[in-house]
Write a protein that binds this ligand. Structure first.
Ligand code: TTP
Length: 393
C-alpha cells in the first residue's frame, strides 16, 4: 500500500520554532518529527511514500530525497493550506489501489500503523479523557458508524488518531466542500468511506499530535524514552553516564560531566567539562553545553550554545541560540499552577507544572539573564546583561 504523509503545514501554533524549519522537520530525538511517521509507514510495509509538501518544502525534500530506507519517495506540492483533504487531493495523481493517510506532525505507535495497514479500510482510534476536543468515533460490532467533530456530548471516548487506510474508491471522494472553518477536511472524506464501507477501528494506546511547543517537548520525552544506551563518541573516563544515554559518533563528553538518561548527545555536540544533564534531554548536532551548566528535560537544537554557569529546565531552544554566562531559566511557579504559554495571541495552559522557555532561532541572552516560566522569545530576540525577562519578546 502507498502512504500519503501530510507535511505541507507551517505550524503557526508552534511558532517561533517553525520560523525557518517547518513543523514536520523539528527535531524529535535523532530525526525530524515527520521521519518518525515515514519510518512507521515503511516498517508497516508501505511500498511508496507520497509526501505532501508546501511550506518550506525544500527542507523536507533535502532530508528524504527520492528514496529513503530503500523506499521510493514521491513529492506532491499543495499550493495553498486549504485543508487535509485538499492535501491528499494534491497527492491523488500518484495513487492507485488502497492508500494510507498519515499526519506528518503526529507520533504514532508503529505497531498500530502496522495493524492499520492490515485492517484496511481502517482508522486509528485512541481512548481519551476529554473526547470533546477531538473527532469522536462511534462504533457498532467493531465497525465505525459515525464521526463527529468536537461534540459537546461525545457518544464515546474514542478519538480519531489521524491515521487512515482508505479503499481505492476514496480517491473519487477527495473533493469535499469546505468546512465551517473554511478548510477541506479529511474527516469529511472519512465520513463518506464510513457510509460506503465497513471501517475497522484500530485502537492504539499511544499517540500524540504535535501542535504547540510544549508538545514538541513531550514528543521528545516519548522518543528519547525509547533510546537504548549507545556510546560511540569520545567520552572522558572522568565523565559519568547513567542509564539510557546515547553519545553519537563525533560527539564529545568532557571530564566532570554527569548525564542521567534518557539523553541523546548528537554528532558534533560537546558537553562539559563539569556539566549536568538529566531528564529527557536532546543536545542536537553541533550544540554545546559548557562548564557548570545544568540542562534538565530540554531540547537544544542544532548549533545552540549554553556555555557557562547556566540552568535550563523544561525548555525548547531553537537553532543557533546563545545563552550568555549565568542565564537562568525558571520552570516552576510559586503557586504550583500549570505554566501558561501564548499561542497565536491566546494565553493557554500547557497543563505542565514545570515548563521553562521557548526560544526561536538565533536568540541571544546577555550574561546573568533571568527568564521566567512560559516565556516565548522570538527568533533573534536579545536580552541585556542582568535583565529579568518576564514578558514575551
Ligand atoms: P494542522 O496541525 O491542522 O496544521 P499545521 O501543521 O499547518 O499547523 P498550525 O495549525 O499550527 O498552523 O495540520 C495537520 C496535518 O496536516 C499536519 O501534518 C499538516 C498537514 N496539513 C497539510 O498538509 N495541508 C493543509 O492544508 C493543512 C491544513 C494541514
Amino acid at each position: 500500500m502507498k502512504a500519503v504523509v501530510l507535511a505541507a503545514g507551517e505550524g503557526t501554533r508552534i511558532r517561533p520554532l517553525s520560523g525557518s524549519v517547518p513543523k514536520p522537520m523539528l527535531p524529535v530525538a535523532d530525526r525530524p518529527l515527520v521521519a518518525h511517521t515515514v519510518d512507521a509507514a515503511i516498517d508497516a510495509g508501505a511500498e511508496e511514500i507520497v509526501l505532501v509538501v508546501g511550506y518550506e518544502a525544500e527542507t523536507v525534500r533535502a532530508h528524504f530525497d527520492d528514496s529513503y530506507r530503500g523506499v521510493p519517495i514521491t513529492y506532491a506540492v499543495q499550493e495553498g493550506q486549504d485543508g487535509t483533504a485538499d492535501a491528499v487531493n494534491a497527492a491523488s495523481e500518484h495513487l492507485d489501489g488502497p492508500f494510507a493517510v498519515l499526519n506528518g506532525d503526529n507520533l504514532y505507535d508503529p505497531a498500530a500503523i502496522d495493524a492499520l495497514f492490515d485492517a484496511c479500510p481502517a482508522v486509528c482510534a485512541v481512548e481519551v479523557e476529554n473526547p470533546s476536543n477531538y473527532g469522536v468515533l462511534s462504533t457498532e460490532d467493531d465497525t465505525i458508524v459515525d464521526i463527529v467533530e468536537k461534540p459537546a456530548d461525545p457518544p464515546t471516548n474514542l478519538a480519531n488518531a489521524g491515521a487512515y487506510a482508505f479503499p481505492e474508491r476514496a480517491r473519487e471522494w477527495l473533493e469535499v466542500p469546505a468546512s465551517e472553518r473554511g478548510e477541506h477536511e479529511i474527516t469529511d472524506v472519512l465520513a463518506r468511506v464510513i457510509d460506503e464501507f465497513a471501517v475497522t477501528p484500530v485502537t492504539t494506546d499511544r499517540w500524540m499530535d504535535v501542535g504547540r511547543p510544549w508538545e514538541l517537548l513531550e514528543a521528545n520525552e516519548w522518543k528519547l524514552g525509547d533510546l537504548n544506551r549507545r556510546i560511540e563518541g569520545e567520552v572522558s573516563d572522568a565523565a559519568q553516564l547513567e542509564g539510557d544515554v546515547v553519545v553519537e559518533e563525533g560527539a564529545t563528553v568532557k571530564p566532570g560531566v554527569l548525564i542521567e538518561g534518557p539523553a541523546l548527545i548528537r554528532s558534533g555536540a560537546t558537553v562539559g567539562p563539569n556539566a549536568y544533564i538529566r531528564g529527557a534531554t536532546l543536545v542536537d548536532e553541533d550544540a554545546s553545553v559548557g562548564n557548570a551548566v545544568e540542562i534538565k528535560n530540554s531540547v537544544l537544537s542544532r548549533g545552540t550554545s549554553v556555555s557557562h554557569l547556566s540552568y535550563v529546565g523544561d525548555s525548547v531552544l531553537g537553532r543557533n541560540v546563545n545563552f550568555g554566562a549565568g542565564t537562568t531559566v525558571a520552570n516552576l511557579r510559586h503557586d504550583d499552577e500549570a505554566i501558561k504559554f501564548t499561542v497565536k495571541g491566546e494565553r493557554l495552559s500547557t497543563g505542565r507544572r514545570k515548563f521553562g522557555v521557548v526560544a526561536g532561532d538565533g536568540v541571544k541572552t546577555g550574561i546573568n539573564t533571568s527568564l521566567t516560566p512560559g516565556l516565548k522569545l522570538d527568533a533573534g530576540a536579545t536580552s541585556r546583561p542582568g535583565e529579568v525577562v518576564e514578558r514575551d519578546r
